[in-house]
Design a protein around this ligand. Structure first.
Ligand SMILES: Cc1cc2nc3c(=O)[nH]c(=O)nc-3n(C[C@H](O)[C@H](O)[C@H](O)COP(=O)(O)OP(=O)(O)OC[C@H]3O[C@@H](n4cnc5c(N)ncnc54)[C@H](O)[C@@H]3O)c2cc1C
Length: 490
C-alpha cells in the first residue's frame, strides 16, 4: 500500500497542468488534477489565445468587407457590428475546443479531476473542501492573471481585462488601452477594425518593447493607418469614472498633463503569477507576483514540488507552458534529469501583419554583447505577398561571426506560419545552404525564407574570383551577344 493517495498531484488545469496530467495518466501514474474554475482549459482557452484569435479573425473579415476597392471590388458599408454575435462565435469556438479538454477525456486517460480551492497543508498534502489529499510529487501550474498596477483612481473606475473583453454585450464606441504589449496591440487592432475608436497609452517610446524598434514601428504605422491613436512616452497619472465614460490623465515627457476620454478602458499592463492562497509561504517556497522560483529542472525549493507555465514567469505562452509540462513529466515521472532550454522559443504577435520571432533579435543580441550581421528581404519583392495585397514587412536573419544563425524575425502576412521552417532550422540543425537550395513552391510567402538564406551565399557564388574563372572558361566559346554577335552578322 502506497504512503500517498496519488503519485502526482497537479494544481491548475491549463496548458501546463493538462500536459502533465495527460502524460502522467497515460504512463500509468496515479494522477490527480485540481482546478478551481468550473471547466478545464485555463486562460488560453477561455480568456486568452482562443478567444483573441477568434476575435482577430472576425475583425479581419469585417475589415476586408470594407476594403473592396483595394482589390478592384465595389465599396461596401457593412452595418455596425453586433458584439453579442461576435461573442457568440467566440463561445462556440471555445465550446468545440473544450471537448478536447473535457473532464471525461481526462478520466478516460486515467486522471482523477477535482474542482475547488486547494491549499498545501504540508509538503505532500493539500486540503480541498475539508479533505486531505496526498501525493508523492506535486506540480503547481496555476497560471497568471492580468496585472493591475496601483494607478490613482483605478479601484473606483470600471475597467476591462482579458477576462471581460471577449464577452461584452456591445462594442464600445471608444476604447483606451493601457499598455502596448502583444495582448494590448492585438486587441487595439481588432477593436479598431470592428469600429471602436482606439487609443493606446504606453509609458515608453516603443510598442511591443521586446521586439526590434524597426519592426515594432512598422506594426504601429499599420495600426495608425487603420485609425488607432498612440500616446507613447506617456505616464498614466490617474484614471476616473465619469459615468458614461472613463477618463485617463497622462503626462508626457515634458511634464504636461492631458486628459483622454473613452467609453471603455482596457488594462493590459502585463501578468501577475497566481500564487495567492496556495499556502506556498508555509512551505517556504519562494514566490512573488513575477512567479514561483524554480531551478532549471522546474523544481521549487522542495525537490518534489514542481512549477510550470505562466506561474513561473518568463516566456508566458501556451506552447512554452506545454514544453515546461513535458520537462516536468521527464523529471517527475521518468526521473530523467532534464533542464529547460529557452534559447529556441518561437512566438508571434497576431496583428496584421504578424510579427514572429525565434532566437535573438538585434535588441537581444546587443544586450548579450554578441556580434552579428543582419540579412533581410522585403515582402514587397515577394510575388505572393503582392498578389495578396499584403506586401508590407520584411524578414530579418541574424548571423554570428561564423555565419551561424542566431535568430529570425518576420514581420509580414502569416509570419507565425512562415516561422515554422526556421523552427526546423534551429531545432534540427538544418544548414542554411539546405534552405537556400530546397525547392519552394511558387508563388508562396515561404519563398522569402529561401531568398534570405540564398542571399548569404550569393556574394560567394558571384565572387570576383569565381566570376573571373568562369569568364575565362566561357570566353573560349564566344559570347551570345555583343562582339561575337557583331562578328556573326558580318
Ligand atoms: C488575451 C491573451 C491572448 C493570448 N494569446 C496567446 C497566443 O496567441 N499564443 C500563446 O502561446 N499564448 C497566448 N497567451 C498566453 C497563454 O494564454 C498562457 O501563456 C497560457 O494560458 C499559460 O498556461 P498555464 O497552464 O501556465 O496557465 P493557465 O492557462 O492560466 O492555466 C492555469 C489554470 O490554473 C487554474 N488555477 C489558478 N489558481 C488556482 C488554484 N489556486 N487552484 C486550482 N487551480 C487554479 C486556473 O483556473 C487555470 O485553469 C495569451 C494570453 C492572453 C491573456
Amino acid at each position: 500500500m502506497s504512503k500517498y493517495d496519488y503519485d502526482l498531484g497537479i494544481i491548475g488545469g491549463g496548458a501546463a497542468g493538462l500536459t502533465v496530467a495527460s502524460g502522467a495518466a497515460q504512463l500509468g501514474a496515479r494522477t490527480l488534477l485540481v482546478e478551481k474554475e468550473e471547466a478545464l482549459g485555463g486562460d488560453c482557452l477561455h480568456y486568452g489565445c482562443v478567444p483573441s484569435k477568434t476575435l482577430i479573425k472576425t475583425a479581419h473579415v469585417y475589415h476586408l468587407m470594407k476594403s473592396g476597392p483595394r482589390f478592384g471590388l465595389p465599396a461596401l458599408s457593412p452595418p455596425p457590428v453586433d458584439f453579442r454575435q461576435v461573442s457568440a462565435r467566440i463561445r462556440s469556438v471555445i465550446g468545440v475546443i473544450q471537448q478536447h479538454d473535457s473532464v471525461e477525456r481526462f478520466c478516460r486517460l486515467g486522471a482523477k479531476v477535482e474542482f475547488g480551492d486547494p491549499r498545501f497543508s504540508d509538503e505532500h498534502t493539500i486540503t480541498l473542501a475539508g479533505r486531505s489529499i496526498s501525493a508523492r510529487s506535486w506540480v503547481v501550474a496555476t497560471g497568471s492573471s492580468p496585472a493591475v498596477p496601483a494607478i490613482e483612481g483605478l479601484e473606483r473606475t470600471p475597467y476591462l481585462t482579458n477576462r471581460e473583453i471577449f464577452y461584452l454585450d456591445r462594442l464600445p464606441a471608444s476604447l483606451i488601452v493601457l499598455g502596448a504589449g502583444p495582448i494590448a496591440i492585438e486587441m487595439a487592432q481588432a477593436f479598431g477594425r470592428l469600429g471602436s475608436r482606439v487609443t493606446v497609452i504606453q509609458r515608453s517610446g516603443q510598442i511591443l518593447s521586446k521586439e526590434d524598434p524597426d519592426l515594432a514601428s512598422l506594426v504601429q504605422q499599420e495600426l495608425e493607418r487603420e485609425g488607432v491613436v498612440f500616446e507613447l512616452d506617456a505616464a498614466v497619472v490617474r484614471v476616473g469614472d465619469l459615468g458614461r465614460e472613463r477618463e485617463v490623465v497622462v503626462r508626457n515627457q515634458a511634464g504636461e498633463n492631458r486628459t483622454l476620454k473613452a467609453e471603455a478602458l482596457l488594462v493590459a499592463l502585463g501578468r501577475s503569477a497566481n500564487v495567492a492562497g496556495l499556502g506556498l509561504d508555509k512551505l517556504d517556497i519562494a514566490a512573488d507576483q513575477r512567479g514561483i522560483k524554480v531551478d532549471r529542472r522546474l523544481r521549487t525549493s522542495h525537490k518534489h514540488i514542481y512549477a510550470a507555465g505562466d506561474v513561473i514567469g518568463g516566456h508566458q505562452f501556451t506552447h512554452v507552458a506545454g514544453y515546461e509540462g513535458g520537462v516536468v513529466l521527464r523529471n517527475a515521472v521518468f526521473h530523467l534529469p532534464q533542464k529547460v532550454d529557452y534559447s529556441r522559443v518561437p512566438w508571434c504577435t497576431y496583428t496584421q501583419p504578424e510579427l514572429a520571432s525565434i532566437g535573438l533579435n538585434e535588441k537581444r543580441a546587443r544586450a548579450a554583447g554578441i556580434d552579428y550581421t543582419v540579412w533581410s528581404e522585403e515582402f514587397a519583392a515577394n510575388d505572393r505577398a503582392l498578389a495578396a495585397g499584403e506586401s508590407g514587412g520584411r524578414i530579418k536573419l541574424l548571423l554570428d561571426r561564423r555565419e551561424k544563425p542566431l535568430g529570425v524575425q518576420i514581420l509580414g502576412p502569416r509570419a507565425g506560419e512562415l516561422l515554422s521552417e526556421w523552427v526546423a532550422v534551429f531545432n534540427g540543425g538544418v544548414g542554411l545552404a539546405k534552405i537556400a537550395a530546397a525547392i519552394h513552391p511558387y508563388p508562396t510567402l515561404g519563398e522569402i525564407n529561401k531568398k534570405v538564406a540564398g542571399a548569404i551565399f550569393a556574394p560567394k557564388i558571384f565572387s570576383p574570383f569565381v566570376r573571373k574563372g568562369l569568364k575565362f572558361f566561357f570566353s573560349f566559346k564566344g559570347r551570345a551577344c555583343g562582339e561575337n554577335e557583331d562578328q556573326a552578322g558580318q
